[in-house]
Design a protein around this ligand. Structure first.
Ligand code: YSA
Length: 346
């Protein structure tokens, strides 16, 4: 049987090399891959072979079939290309420029870029500016200026990818969140400040369905005189309604981030079950979407803002998780696996 397969293979390859057009290729396909082909007959008969033969013959026949299928589609593409060129060149040997051009496939924005644009659009409409910052960051901005000194236990919340630096140089890292931009913006601007900062962040983590080692966050910061927790709630509630629908309810609960006081997490009521409890919301009726809080007075002092005069709120959200919630995507890794079948859906 194995010899028979080798014989089929050599004949198929021989014939393939001398095919001239689509018709001949189609005849070849029927002869070697069609329902009545010798190869298909062998595959059908595999079940009746002894267990040992089944293994070897089955594997070889399947391998041959998939090789021939690949060759078939490669040859089909090559003949198509040839046909195009033949049509373009007339019998006289010059190109017929009156023929329509070949369509150029249009690209599209990556789904996360679309989400960045949509969310930034919402905040721009609410009076925020969009700014961007470096992905390679100093420890100072990523941690220290945000009330997270070396050896502070809160550093464990952000598994960090460190950059090798010369001895004596300040420690450098790939930013683990977009929050360092709060400090950079405040260092360079006087209040009032209203900015959102979208961008890539990096964490030293094992990936799974909800964790990537590179993902996008969007940071928000508003500092001015008389900004209160009510402004934080009002702004984020409006954002949630514009992104997830007018009927959304929101819930704020205490959370801890060293650079805010008080700190909160914001959740929306589950838009699948309406708050009754389902798989998406793990039976709780609520879906957490962001961390936020009132900017800590020590953070304001560090950038020479007087906390007796100025107050502010800040927030940060993970953009892949937002996109996953809205479109029912179950695995975050799909965004960065370069599978066009997935990406073309958006
Ligand atoms: C909190 C308070 C503020 O005033 C301002 C900002 C913040 C957010 C804070 N900087 C932070 O990074 N919080 S976080 O570690 O909880 O991450 C925020 C969001 O990023 C998460 O809610 C989640 O949606 C997303 N995220 C975290 N790790 C992730 C991830 N997304 C994908 N892969 C990961 N590994």
């Amino acid at each position: 049987m194995i010899e028979k397969l080798a014989d089929i293979k050599s004949k198929a390859l021989d014939e393939l090399s001398s095919l001239a057009d689509f018709n001949e290729l189609e005849v070849w396909r029927v002869r070697y891959l069609g329902k009545k082909s010798e190869l298909t007959q062998i595959l059908r008969g595999v079940a009746s072979l002894s267990q040992e033969q089944r293994k070897t013959v089955g594997a070889s026949a399947n391998e041959l079939r998939s090789n021939l299928e690949v060759l078939y589609s490669e040859n089909k593409d090559a003949l198509k290309e040839q046909a195009f060129q033949d049509v373009e060149t007339t019998a006289k040997g010059y190109k017929d420029i009156s023929l329509p051009g070949r369509p150029i496939p249009l690209g599209r924005l990556h789904p996360i870029t679309q989400t960045v644009n949509e969310i930034c659009g919402i905040f721009v409409a609410l009076g925020f500016q969009v700014v961007e910052g470096p992905e390679v960051e100093w420890d100072y901005y990523n941690f220290e200026a945000l009330n997270i000194p070396p050896d502070h236990p809160a550093r464990d919340m952000w598994d960090t990818l460190w950059i090798d630096t010369e001895s004596g140089q300040r420690p450098m890292l790939l930013r683990t969140h977009t929050s360092p931009m709060q400090i950079r913006v405040m260092e360079q601007t006087q209040p009032p400040v209203r900015v959102v900062v979208p961008g890539k962040v990096y964490r030293y983590e094992a990936t799974d369905a909800t964790h990537e080692s590179m993902f996008y966050q969007l940071e928000g910061l508003a500092v001015d005189e008389y900004i209160t927790f009510a402004d934080l709630k009002g702004t984020l509630y409006e954002f949630a309604k514009r992104l997830f629908g007018k009927e959304r309810r929101v819930r704020f609960r205490c959370d801890y981030f060293p650079f805010v006081e008080p700190g909160v997490e914001m959740a929306i009521d589950c838009f699948i079950c309406g708050g009754k409890g389902c798989r998406l919301c793990s039976g709780t009726g609520w879906i957490e979407i962001l961390g936020a809080g009132m900017v800590h007075p020590d953070v304001l002092r560090r950038v020479n803002y007087d906390p007796e005069v100025y107050t502010g709120f800040a927030f940060g959200l993970g953009l892949e998780r937002i996109h996953m919630l809205r479109y029912g995507i179950e695995d975050i890794r799909l965004f960065y696996s370069n599978d066009l079948r997935f990406l073309r859906q958006f």
